[in-house]
Design a protein around this ligand. Structure first.
Ligand code: B4P
Length: 194
């Protein structure tokens, strides 16, 4: 199995690149942001709680996110592997993910980090706000999301770096150029693991 984590700050293009990765490598997409937005749209108790946090740019508690991911992994059936998009975002989530995959006899092959400057992130997210009106894409929330990334989420890079699974990729340029960079990293792992 090929299991990839696509990582980076808010607006780095994780969701955008995940769509291309799924098409080319036929992996199962698991985006915690998408799952949470689904819960929010359905106004479930979890969604109502999550909305309060995402609207402030805060992370949803590990316990809740890990349970959501476990359900998805357990119900995946036969497949070639996962692309984890926006998860893990804390070291606790990364440790839990390793444990959940170990129970299934598999592991994370590589963590690909999209590196993008803060000015560019803000520009992209404000543009998305104009186009899609996502409630967490206003300037105040964006600044807090970037702060949470720098203070907490970044530590996940060291976690994967210690086990030689961390691969940074420049995340600026056209979507196609970035995808070529990502593909050449995935191809190093794909042959032996698919
Ligand atoms: P996410 O849904 O993961 O959102 P994101 O980080 O904002 O976006 P992403 O990096 O995927 O950017 P995209 O491709 O869309 O999280 C939302 C919230 O949910 C979090 O803030 C948190 O509160 C909560 N949450 C999620 N997971 C969690 C977890 N594990 N634990 C706790 N809480 C969690 O790209 C952004 C924009 O840039 C798009 O408009 C796109 O068109 C554009 N773009 C992409 N590539 C571009 C390029 N190369 N050039 C120019 N523009 C580009």
């Amino acid at each position: 199995m090929l299991n990839i984590v696509i990582f980076g700050p808010p607006g780095a293009g994780k969701g955008t690149q995940s769509q291309l990765i799924i098409e080319k490598y036929k992996l199962t997409h698991l985006s915690t942001g998408d799952i949470l937005r689904g819960e929010i749209a359905a106004k479930t108790p979890l969604g109502l709680e999550a909305k309060k946090l995402t609207d402030k740019g805060e992370l949803v508690p590990d316990e809740i996110v890990i349970k959501m991911v476990k359900n998805k992994i357990d119900s995946a059936g036969n497949h070639r592997g996962f692309i984890f998009d926006g998860f893990p975002r804390t070291v606790e989530q990364a440790v839990a993910l390793d444990r959940l995959l170990k129970e299934k006899g598999t592991s994370i092959s590589v963590m690909i980090t999209l590196e993008v400057e803060e000015d560019e992130l803000i520009k992209r997210l404000l543009k998305r706000c104009d186009e899609e009106g996502r409630s967490d894409d206003n300037i105040e929330t964006i600044r807090n999301r970037i702060k949470v990334y720098n203070d907490v989420t970044c530590q996940v890079c060291d976690y994967y770096g210690k086990t030689g699974r961390f691969r940074p990729v420049p995340g600026t340029g056209s979507v196609e150029e970035i995808f070529e960079r990502i593909s050449s990293v995935i191809d190093e792992y794909a042959e032996s693991q698919l």
